[in-house]
Structure formats: structure tokens, C-alpha cells
Design a protein around this ligand. Structure first.
Ligand code: ATP
Length: 231
């Protein structure tokens, strides 16, 4: 059993077809992301980026090929502990009718206020939160306030960061934040994910300019792979 990740990720000839629709979303996808690297996945809408992230999170099993972490096929790992080591920010933000604090600390047993605040700072949403009367105790949802799209994304990012994950996966979760805020978050990630592995699915060039490896998907296949300079 894998106690904690080094963070070397490999896809080996991975193919996947959604069982309900028969849409083949990934075809023979192979790549490697090494421990400590910042990888960016780009490609048009429908090219398979979210599918790649979902397969990494084991929402589905691959049809053929293999996904490994530190040489362990992920399908052999215990699902709960495996997922717990990954900070995953999905494209669709899920917030609960609960306080901001509980939304950030979601899934964790015991959390210090300080850790919640640090996660909020790193996700560049701290200042927004303390401007509310009840600060971190502010209720969200039906009985509370409605956050902007960008604020929701950043609360969702804080939820991933508070876990201090070995691997971070962002599925297009900076789309609703402005470029200056994005820069702030990416700077924080560079610091807190140093030596760890990050995968960002992105649209803007500004998001990926510092990536160690850029993977370009088209119609479920990798059409280009390399650094910003190489591509
Ligand atoms: P976007 O940039 O719009 O998020 P994407 O690159 O993330 O797109 P995917 O969401 O991975 O693309 O979709 C790849 C293909 O799989 C598309 O043809 C899409 O319609 C299909 N697909 C995605 N999710 C599902 C699903 N849950 N069930 C069936 N087909 C799906």
C-alpha cells in the first residue's frame, strides 16, 4: 500500500469510452509527469482534458492502458486514501449550505482556524472573506450569501490546498478569476507545491507560461508535448 506519494505520474496507452454515450474521450494517451513538475493540459473544448483528470481521480476505470503513480497502478490502490492525497479542484464547484469555514474544511476531522485562513490566503480569497460581517462564519447557499463565480472557484481551491496534497489537479478552475488574481494564486502554488506535482487544465496562455511540461490534447489524443519554448 502506498503511504505517501513521490508524485511521478504516468499514463501508458490509456483509452477510455464513456459507457453511457459511447463517446471515446481518450485514445492511446501516454505521458509522464515527474515529481515536482508543473504540468499544463490544454486543448479545445471537448478534447478530453476533464476526462483525463477524472480518470486520475478514478471516477471511472480505463478501458485499456495503465495509469501509475510512482510505478503503482492506481487501480490497485485503496480508493479513499488515494484520493485523499490529491488536491482536486473540479470544473464544477460544489459548495454547501454551510459556513465558509466548513466549506473550506470539508472532509477534514479537525482543523485549526489558522489552517483555514492560510488556505484562504493561498487561494487569494482571504480578503473577500474577512470583508463579510461574519467572516469565516458567513453562511453560503440558500440561507446565506451568494458568492461570485470567481470567489466560489477560490473557496474550492482553498478546500484543495488545506489538505496539503502531494499532487494537485486543477480542472479549469481559474476561468472566473482575473489575470492578476490568477497570477497571485499561481505564485502561491509555486511556493507551496515546490517539489510536488501539479497539473493544471487551463485555457489562458498566462496560466501555463511557467509550466515544465505542456500537453496539448485534440480529439482525445496528444498532438503536442513539450515546454513553452519548445511548442
Ligand atoms: P471542456 O474544455 O469543455 O471542459 P474537455 O477537454 O475537458 O472539454 P471532456 O469533458 O473530457 O473535454 O470531454 C471529452 C468528450 O467526452 C466530449 O466529447 C464530451 O462530450 C464527452 N463526455 C464528457 N463527459 C462525459 C460524460 N460524463 N458522459 C458521456 N460523455 C462525456
Amino acid at each position: 500500500e502506498l503511504k505517501s506519494f513521490e508524485g511521478n505520474i504516468r499514463f501508458d496507452q490509456v483509452s477510455f469510452t464513456y459507457p453511457d454515450t459511447g463517446i471515446t474521450a481518450l485514445k492511446n494517451v501516454s505521458f509522464e509527469i515527474k515529481k515536482g513538475q508543473f504540468a499544463a493540459i490544454i486543448g479545445r473544448t471537448g478534447s478530453g482534458k476533464s476526462t483525463l483528470a477524472n480518470l486520475m481521480m478514478r471516477m471511472y476505470d480505463v478501458d485499456s492502458g495503465n495509469i501509475t503513480i510512482d510505478r503503482h497502478p492506481i487501480k490497485n490502490l485503496q480508493l479513499g486514501p488515494y484520493r485523499n492525497q490529491i488536491g482536486f479542484v473540479p470544473q464544477e464547484v460544489f459548495l454547501f449550505s454551510d459556513t465558509i469555514k466548513n466549506n473550506i474544511a470539508f472532509g477534514l476531522d479537525q482543523v485549526e482556524q489558522q489552517e483555514v485562513e492560510m488556505a484562504a490566503r493561498n487561494a487569494a480569497v482571504y480578503q473577500n472573506i474577512i470583508n463579510f460581517d461574519l467572516k469565516f462564519e458567513t453562511m453560503l447557499g440558500e440561507r446565506g450569501i451568494t458568492l461570485s463565480g470567481g470567489q466560489k472557484q477560490r473557496v474550492s481551491i482553498a478546500r484543495a490546498l488545506i489538505k496539503e496534497p502531494g499532487i494537485l489537479i486543477f480542472d479549469d478552475c481559474l476561468s472566473a478569476v482575473d489575470t492578476k488574481t490568477e497570477e497571485e494564486i499561481l505564485g502561491n502554488l509555486g511556493r507551496i507545491m515546490k517539489g510536488k506535482t501539479s497539473i493544471l487544465i487551463a485555457h489562458r496562455i498566462s496560466t501555463i507560461k511557467n509550466a515544465d511540461v505542456i500537453i496539448v490534447l485534440e480529439d482525445g489524443q496528444i498532438i503536442e508535448q513539450g515546454t513553452h519554448q519548445e511548442l
